[in-house]
Design a protein around this ligand. Structure first.
Ligand code: PRX
Length: 669
C-alpha cells in the first residue's frame, strides 16, 4: 500500500513509473549489477570506454534508468567547454526529494535511511525513509508558509544531523536552493556567504556538540545576520536542552514543524534549475559559490556512490565527512539517498571519546563502506593498532579516502590494519566543482589491481587529459602535467553564483576547450592517474580547502603587519599546514607570541580555526620580482629545504632577500 504521508501528486508520479520505480528499464549488463546493457559491451572496461566514446547514449540510458522523471528529457546534453556552457537533460522535469525519498517510501517505507551517530558514543538514532520524508515535508511546509519561494536560497548552518538533511531536502522539495555553510566557519565567513547567496532564511541549531564540546551556533548566526540585510528569519532547531535568546526574527523550528502537515507537494523542477550553492576557496581572496543543478548532479552522485564503493541494497554506508563540505553533500546525503541506501551521519571526531571512535562506530552500526580523509587516518595510525583491532570490522567491504593525497604509509595501514588486508581501498579524486568522484580505482574488473596512493582510473564518462606548460595535450604515459577534463559529465558545476565570468576565467580559459581542475597529476606507464597537488594558491589543510590569499587578506589587516605571504607546507597529520611569512611595519615592537595570538584570533574570527598559521616567520622583506610580485615558488622551496631547486632567480628584485628568508627559516627549526 502507498503510505499515507505521500501526496496524491507523488502517488500519480510513482504510478507512472511502473512497479520498479524506473522509467524505461533498458536491461542490465551481466558483468555489472544494475548497469545498463549496450550491444557489444562485454566488460566493465569496455563499458567505461563506451561511456566516453558514446557518452550521449550512456548518459541517456543511466539518466532514464536511475532517476524518476515527472517528464522525460528531450536533450541529453548541450555543452560547450569552449564557452563554459554545461546543460544536461533539458526538457526533463523532476523533484530531487521525490527521488531521494518518496520512491523508496513507496517500496520500503521502513528501511533505515539515516543513522545519526551522535557525538555521545553509543546513542545513535535511526530514521526510516518514511520518517525522513515526514520530517522533510513538515519542514518544506514551514518554509513555504513562511514565504520561501522557488528559486530563493536558504542558508543552512548546522552540524551533521537529521534535521540538516531534512533541511536540504525540504529546500529541494519546494524548489529553493540551499547553501550549506560548514558550522566551523566564523560569523564573518558565514555572513559573507549569506550575503553573496542573498538568503532571506537561515536555518541553524541552538548549539552544536562535537568532541564533547559545545559551540554556540545560534550566537554565531546572530552575529552574522547583523550584516546581512536580506535575512528575514532564522529557524532555530534545538540540538541540546540549553535555551537561547530568541528575537522577533527567530522561529522555533521543531514547534513550527509540529503544526504542519506531513504531506508537502513537491515542486516540479527543470533539470537545470539550481539545487544548491556551496562556497569553496580559489586563488583569490573571495570564496566562490559553486552552483550545482538538479538532475545531472543527483544522477552523478548516485552512480558514483553505487559503483565506486560497490554499494548494494541493505549495506550501511559510513561517510564521516561533515555535511558542510561537498563530500557530505554527495556521499552522506544525495548519492546514498538517491540509491535508497542507509547512510550514517557522523557528528563526532575521530578521537572522541578515544581514538577507537571510528571503529567502535563501524562495529556498532555494522558499516559496510567506510569513507574518510587521509588526515584522520594519519592521526589514528599514530595511536597504534590496538584502537582498531579491539573492534569487530568484519562488516567492512570497501574503504574510501578523499580530500587530499593519501601517503603510502597511511594507505598501507588503512588497508592492512583497518581492512584486515581484505577490503579494496579506493582513493577517490574529485572536487566541489566536479560534483562527484571522477578518478578512483573502482569500478574496474572486480580483481583489477589497486596501486597504493593512486586514484588510478577515470569513472564512467570521464576523460582526463594532462597538459604541458604550453597548453598542449601530453599523449604519452609516464608523464606529469596539468589535469584537465576533455569531456563534460552531468555532475560538473554550472557556474559561480553572481560571477559567470570568473567561472569561465578559472576553469575554461586556462586550456580552451577543456575543464581545468587546478590540480597537477602524473600518469604512470600503465596509464593510471596519481594526483600531485594543486597548481594554484589553494592549499589543503586536514582535507579542508583554503586559498592562501584568503589568509593573507586577514593577516594583512593586523595593525602590526606591513605585508605577508602564506604558503602550504608538508605536515605530518594535516597533510598541509599554513606557513605565514610576515613583514612587520617599521618601528613596531611586538613579541612573537603576542603576534601569533593576535593573528590566530583574527584568522579564527574572519575565516575558521583550521586556517590559522602553524608557523609564523618574521622577515624584513619578501622575495619579489622587479614588477613587485611575491615569488612564492622561492618561499615554497625554502620551506621544503630544496635550495638547489630555487630555479631562476634572475627576475628577483633583491637577491639578498632570499638569503635572509633562508636564515630566518633555519632559525625557526
Ligand atoms: O587538490 C585536490 C584535493 O582536494 C581538492 C578539492 O577540494 P574540495 O573542493 O574541498 O573537495 C574535497 C573533496 C572532494 C582537489 O582539487 N583532492 C581531493 N581528493 C583528492 C585530492 N588530492 C589528492 N587525492 C585525492 N584523492
Amino acid at each position: 500500500m502507498w503510505p499515507c504521508v505521500v501526496s496524491s501528486f507523488s502517488r500519480r508520479l510513482v504510478a507512472s513509473l511502473g512497479v520498479c520505480g524506473r522509467r524505461k528499464c533498458c536491461g542490465t549488463a551481466a558483468f555489472m549489477p544494475e548497469a545498463p546493457a549496450f550491444e557489444g559491451v562485454r566488460s566493465r572496461s569496455e563499458l567505461r570506454d563506451f561511456s566516453v566514446s558514446d557518452s550521449e547514449r550512456f548518459w541517456a540510458a543511466v539518466g532514464n534508468q536511475r532517476l524518476s522523471w515527472i517528464s522525460p528529457f528531450h536533450t541529453v546534453q548541450d555543452c560547450d567547454l569552449t564557452q563554459g556552457r554545461i546543460k544536461w537533460f533539458e526538457g526533463g522535469k523532476l523533484n530531487v526529494s521525490v527521488n531521494c525519498l518518496d520512491r523508496h517510501v513507496h517500496t520500503s517505507p521502513d528501511r533505515v535511511a539515516l543513522i545519526w551517530e551522535r557525538d555521545e558514543q553509543g546513542s545513535e538514532v535511526k530514521y526510516t525513509y518514511r520518517e525522513l520524508l515526514e520530517m522533510t515535508c513538515r519542514l518544506g511546509n514551514v518554509l513555504r508558509r513562511r514565504g520561501v519561494k522557488r528559486g530563493d536560497c536558504v542558508t543552512i548552518y548546522m552540524p551533521t544531523c537529521p534535521l540538516a538533511v531534512a533541511a536540504m531536502l525540504a529546500c529541494a522539495r519546494i524548489g529553493a536552493a540551499h547553501n550549506v555553510v560548514f558550522a566551523g566557519f566564523s560569523a564573518d565567513a558565514l555572513a559573507e556567504r549569506i550575503r553573496d547567496a542573498e538568503s532571506n532564511t537561515v536555518i541553524t541549531v541552538n548549539q552544536g556538540v562535537r568532541g564533547g564540546k559545545f559551540t554556540e551556533l545560534k550566537k554565531t548566526v546572530d552575529e552574522a545576520v547583523q550584516s546581512c540585510p536580506s535575512v528575514q528569519q532564522v529557524l532555530v532547531a534545538m540540538r541540546t536542552d540549553t535555551p537561547v535568546v530568541m528575537t522577533a526574527r527567530d522561529v522555533a523550528m521543531e514547534e513550527e514543524m509540529l503544526k504542519e502537515d506531513v504531506v508537502c507537494e513537491p515542486a516540479v523542477m527543470n533539470s537545470e534549475d539550481v539545487l544548491f550553492l556551496l562556497y569553496t576557496s580559489g586563488s583569490t581572496g573571495k570564496p566562490k559559490g559553486i552552483v550545482h543543478t538538479q538532475a545531472g548532479y543527483l544522477l552523478y552522485a548516485a552512480l558514483t556512490h553505487r559503483y565506486v564503493f560497490s554499494y548494494h541494497d541493505g549495506d550501511v554506508f559510513g561517510c564521516v565527512a561533515d555535511i558542510g563540505w561537498i563530500t557530505g553533500h554527495s556521499y552522506t546525503v544525495y548519492g546514498p539517498l538517491a540509491n535508497g541506501g542507509t547512510t550514517v551521519l557522523f557528528e563526532s571526531t575521530p578521537i572522541y571519546p578515544d581514538p577507537g571512535r571510528y571503529w567502535n562506530t563501524v562495529e556498532r552500526l555494522k558499516i559496510n563502506q567506510f569513507y574518510g580523509a587521509p588526515t584522520a587516518i594519519r592521526l589514528l595510525l599514530k595511536y597504534g593498532d590496538h584502537w582498531v583491532t579491539k573492534y569487530d570490522r568484519s562488516t567492512l567491504k570497501t574503504l574510501g579516502s578523499v580530500g587530499e593525497p593519501i601517503n603510502t604509509e597511511a594507505w598501507e595501514w588503512y588497508h592492512r590494519v583497518v581492512g584486515d588486508g581484505r577490503c579494496p581501498v579506493v582513493d577517490t579524486w574529485w572536487q566541489t566543482e566536479t560534483g562527484g568522484i571522477c578518478i578512483a580505482p573502482r569500478p574496474s574488473e572486480p580483481d583489477a589491481e589497486i596501486v597504493p596512493g593512486m586514484a588510478m582510473r577515470p569513472f564512467f564518462g570521464i576523460k582526463p587529459v594532462l597538459m604541458d606548460t604550453e597548453g598542449k595535450v601530453l599523449t604519452s604515459n609516464n608523464t606529469s602535467g596539468a589535469l584537465c577534463m576533455a569531456q563534460p559529465w552531468p555532475g560538473m558545476a554550472r557556474t559561480i553564483r553572481n560571477n559567470h565570468q570568473r567561472f569561465i576565467e578559472t576553469y575554461y580559459q586556462p586550456y580552451p576547450g577543456y575543464f581545468f581542475t587546478g590540480d597537477g597529476a602524473y600518469r604512470s606507464a600503465q596509464g593510471y592517474y596519481q594526483i600531485t597537488g594543486r597548481l594554484d594558491d589553494v592549499i589543503n589543510v586536514s582535507g579542508h580547502r583554503i586559498g592562501t590569499a584568503e589568509i593573507e587578506d586577514v593577516v594583512n589587516q593586523c595593525s602590526a603587519v606591513a605585508e605577508s605571504a602564506v604558503i602550504g607546507f608538508s605536515h605530518d597529520i594535516k597533510g598541509e599546514g599554513v606557513y605565514a611569512f610576515v613583514v612587520l611595519k617599521k618601528n613596531i615592537d611586538i613579541k612573537e607570541d603576542d603576534l601569533s595570538r593576535q593573528l590566530n584570533k583574527m584568522v579564527s574570527k574572519k575565516i575558521a580555526k583550521y586556517a590559522c598559521p602553524d608557523v609564523i616567520q618574521l622577515a624584513n622583506r619578501l622575495p619579489k620580482t622587479r614588477s613587485g610580485k611575491i615569488m612564492r615558488r622561492v618561499l615554497r622551496k625554502v620551506v621544503e629545504r630544496d635550495l638547489d631547486g630555487l630555479g631562476d632567480l634572475s627576475t628577483l628584485d633583491d637577491p639578498t632577500a632570499v638569503q635572509e628568508i633562508v636564515e630566518g627559516h633555519n632559525a625557526i627549526l
